[in-house]
Design a protein around this ligand. Structure first.
Ligand SMILES: Nc1ncnc2c1ncn2[C@@H]1O[C@H](COP(=O)(O)OP(=O)(O)OP(=O)(O)O)[C@@H](O)[C@H]1O
Length: 588
């Protein structure tokens, strides 16, 4: 029977097959570009619907959150505040006051409940709108709890970071880039919370209303881990102090900014940049109650002044006044491009249910009413309008769900097609003889690494072989005598020029020896022996001794495996590999 080593079954495809593959590649590329334009269309439709939902809900919304009665001795106290889905009622003696909010989180609500309502606004930030989320309220009512949370009950900021990266991972084209800054407004001046050294920050406003903060540290955040580490660093740098009301009271407004850059059309290089501000405001407080004196009193005054300026700005925006008093405080100057003009604002007003805090609670709810800029009771009573709004939102939500499902299907289809494209490209590369496949590279290392044993680790030196791998006069003679076998091989492999060149000079003794050259062993030995020539000697001795224990019929399956792995159509490499192997057989 004619001897035909399995490693001759190389996957070399005739030229017309390469052409066919290239045609398929161009077809797949066209398919991907059609799918991507469908994706863009659906995505803009989804954005439009989301924007309509947020417009119906209101681009400035006010939520209420009632702090649970923790460690309160008198459980009667909380009866003063009664909360419903969209209404908070405060009763004190004969006085009864009602306040309406867009949503009320009662004492039993969790961080998840809060985030669920915040999430759509984050999508809006990814879509290119500037977004501000504020936590407002009296000292100790849970603003920091809502924004930061704890490690077991993370708040809005850590959840938002995760959500942004989650959304980015869905968008496999990697067109979303995030960066993070943190600063505080303390006693009317700005302080960079991520800077190593103290530095001066200036607010610069462009003619288009765009705000830049000169000197502010802005760190690119490639992943959730780094973003959370930075956030933790910023939190530690924040100014806090002890007050009568809160052991670690925040004495400033803490602002976390995530800048989202989205490549709208990578071909044209258009970018959409939006800002997501998450602001833990300083506590609104009556200075007497907090026992503030000196510095703490100044801090309290500064906080109250800027809170009042913020209330004025939001109320003016809500009422669509011509003049918006942004310049009245540093806080409002900073946020001037993120409060009006298509921006989305969410204010979470925190209140305490305790009797002792009734004065602050009423003040906070008055603030909420002012920024909502609507006659709460009247709106609440108009259930007809409310119902219409709810129906419209439910319908739009359904449309969003459908668009998102479609988008997911498209994403999967794009991914599948891109994988197919990659496979075809790889095939073409292999057929054309490009040494880019990892397998081929691995073998190049294997063959050449003996040379590296004399050199510093980590360096590969091509085109030179160690002495023991070069042919001897005796082996060259033997090579000639094996000409007959080579001839038969040549006939059986017409058209596969490189393979035949290699195989043509194989001797039978070589092919017997090959199966034991297990790639795994082969590689590990040589990789670990880069600087140790004795190990290389071990290596080829082992090869030689193992050769003796096999006959050619045992070897076929592994030969096939081996041959498939070396058909990387890289002729020089194959010739080199051949020389090396033949020398191995010479040693037996
Ligand atoms: N909803 C809540 N569930 C559980 N614990 C809460 C909640 N709200 C607040 N707390 C707890 O109450 C305490 C005070 O809350 P926090 O520090 O968040 O108040 P604050 O409004 O940020 O105060 P300040 O303005 O002084 O910084 C914290 O120990 C916090 O964990």
């Amino acid at each position: 029977m004619e001897f035909q080593p399995d490693f001759m079954d190389v996957n070399v495809v005739p030229e017309q097959d390469v052409e066919r593959l290239e045609l398929e590649i161009s077809g797949l590329q066209d398919e991907i570009s059609v799918l991507k334009s469908q994706q863009r269309f659906l995505d803009s439709k989804r954005k439009e619907i989301l924007n309509r939902i947020l417009d119906i809900k209101g681009s400035i919304r006010v939520f209420g959150r009632v702090k649970p009665l923790i460690q309160e001795k008198n459980s009667q106290k909380h009866e003063l505040v009664f909360s419903e889905a969209e209404k908070i009622t405060v009763t004190s003696g004969t006085i009864k006051k009602e306040f309406c909010a867009d949503k009320v989180f009662d004492q039993s609500s969790t961080q998840e409940d809060v985030f669920l309502e915040v999430e759509p606004i984050l999508r809006s930030a990814i879509d290119g709108h500037n977004v501000c989320i504020f936590a407002y309220g009296q000292t100790g009512t849970g603003k920091t709890f809502t924004m930061e949370g704890t490690s077991y009950q993370p708040g809005i900021v850590p959840r938002a970071i995760e959500e942004l990266f989650h959304q980015s991972s869905l968008n496999k084209s990697g067109s979303l880039v995030f960066s993070m800054s943190m600063l505080e407004v303390y006693l009317g001046s700005l302080r960079d919370l991520l800077a190593q050294k103290k530095c001066v920050l200036n607010i610069l406003a462009g003619s288009n209303g765009h705000v830049e903060i000169e000197g502010l540290t802005d760190v690119l955040i490639p992943d959730v881990k780094l973003a959370k580490r930075l956030y933790a660093r910023g939190k530690r740098a924040r100014s806090t102090s002890w007050t009568n009301v809160n052991e670690a009271s925040s004495r400033s407004h803490c602002l976390t900014r995530i800048t989202i850059t989205r490549k709208r059309d990578s071909a044209k290089g258009h970018e959409v940049v939006s800002k997501l501000w998450m602001v833990d405001l300083g506590g609104s407080e009556r200075l007497l109650k907090t026992g503030a004196t000196g510095q703490t009193m100044d801090e309290g005054k500064a906080i109250n002044l800027s809170l009042s300026a913020l209330g004025d700005v939001i109320a003016a925006l809500k009422k669509k006044h011509g003049h918006i008093p942004f310049r009245n405080s540093k806080l409002t100057q900073l946020l001037s491009d993120s409060l009006g003009n298509g921006s989305k604002v969410l204010m979470i007003v925190h209140i305490s249910p305790c009797k002792d805090d009734i004065g602050e609670t009423v003040c906070s709810l008055n603030f909420a009413r002012r920024v909502r800029a609507v006659e709460s009771t009247r709106e609440y009573l108009n259930s007809e309008i409310k119902k219409q709004k709810e129906n419209a939102i439910a319908e739009l939500n359904q449309q969003i769900r459908e668009a998102e499902e479609e988008l997911q299907k498209l994403r999967n289809q794009i991914e599948r097609t891109e994988n197919r494209l990659l496979e075809k490209k790889k095939l073409v590369e292999e057929q054309k003889g490009s040494p880019t496949s990892p397998l081929v590279i691995q073998h190049i290392e294997v063959v050449e690494s003996p040379k590296t044993t004399e050199r510093p680790a980590g360096k590969l030196h091509c085109n030179s072989l160690p002495h023991f791998m070069t042919s001897t006069a005796c082996s060259r003679l033997r090579q000639c005598s094996s000409g007959e076998v080579n001839q038969r091989m040549r006939k059986s492999r017409l058209g596969m020029v490189h393979s035949i060149d290699v195989l043509g000079s194989q001797s039978l003794s070589y092919s017997d020896s090959r199966p034991k050259l297990k790639p795994r062993y082969f590689k590990s030995k040589l990789v670990t022996s880069e600087t140790d020539s004795t190990k290389v000697k071990d290596f080829h001795c082992l090869e030689s001794s193992e050769n003796n224990s096999y006959n050619s019929s045992d070897l076929k399956p592994s030969l096939a495996t081996r041959s498939r792995r070396i058909t990387g159509s890289y002729p020089n490499f194959r010739a080199t590999l051949y020389q090396h192997r033949r020398r191995m057989s010479d040693l037996t």
